[in-house]
Design a protein around this ligand. Structure first.
Ligand code: KIV
Length: 264
């Protein structure tokens, strides 16, 4: 099967709306890929979803490379984007180039995602000029949680204009698409109108070109607290608990393993 490319994602601008998801492991990536999801993000949300941290800041490049390579092994068609973790691209252009280059070389992913608006444009430009496709991420950027908190971004005309400037700047720098997180729906629509590449919203309203959500959230694996923008499409947590409890009971009662699970 032919794999999509970042250019294919850019070409989706203004066409049918599309859905993206995070993925962190081979088996889930295979299922999401088979479902037709065109872009899988190996999000640094792996820190909160799989690794038990309170936020994404402790995630390392080695963590991301391990999970990124696993996702690439599972997905045959989807573009796989690796989220660059905190402090792997902020310190200098050289640091960004070396770390993003390592991400592509060691995982086989097609692109990286980095957070930040207009001030990040020089990094995006350097990456793209050196052959590394970039998915930009503006609005509520989780690696700035200590500064931004969980607040909706872009409220008020000044903040809205800043967000639109950010969208234009990262696009002019060469980003193939832009994730816009946690902004009023009306601003998500304006950002989508403002740039020639797809805007992929997460909590940015219905008018973006695409949407992205965290896979554990849509599957009901993230506990009771979740952001307003999350919709659960399955409720797997009780099913997993029930399966584990039944297994435990069957082992205790001797019902498992039966003859069909035993070697002669
Ligand atoms: O890390 C992540 O999962 C993300 C998405 C929520 C966009 O950045």
């Amino acid at each position: 099967m032919k794999r999509l490319t970042p250019r294919d994602i850019t070409a989706m601008k203004g066409g049918d709306k599309f859905a993206c998801l995070t993925a962190y492991d081979t088996q889930t990536a295979r299922l999401l890929d088979e479902a037709g999801i065109p872009l899988l993000l190996v999000g640094d949300s792996v820190g909160t979803t799989l690794l038990g941290f309170d936020n994404t800041l402790p995630v390392t490049l080695d963590d991301m490379i391990r999970h990124g390579a696993a996702v690439v092994r599972g997905a045959q068609r989807a573009v796989v984007v690796l989220d660059m973790p905190f402090m792997t691209y902020q310190a200098s252009l050289e640091q960004a180039l070396l770390n993003c280059g390592r991400a592509l070389q060691e995982t086989g992913c097609q692109a990286v995602k980095i957070e930040g608006g207009a001030f990040r444009a020089p990094v995006i430009q350097a990456l793209v000029q050196n052959g590394i496709p970039v998915l930009a991420h503006i609005g509520l950027t989780p690696q700035s949680i200590q500064i931004l908190g969980h607040r909706v971004q872009g409220r008020g005309e000044e903040a809205a204009n800043q967000l639109l400037d950010d969208a234009r700047a990262v696009t002019q720098a060469g980003a193939f698409a832009v994730v816009v997180e946690t902004v009023p729906a009306e601003l998500g629509a304006r950002a989508t109108q403002a740039v020639p590449v797809p805007v992929i919203g997460i909590g940015a309203g219905p008018d973006c070109d695409g949407q992205i959500l965290v896979v554990n959230d849509i599957l009901g694996l993230s506990g009771d607290f979740h952001a307003k923008f999350v919709k659960r499409y399955a409720d797997l947590a009780p099913q997993i608990s029930a399966a584990a409890a039944t297994y435990l009971a069957e082992v205790q009662s001797g019902a498992f393993p039966g003859p069909e699970h035993s070697y002669t």
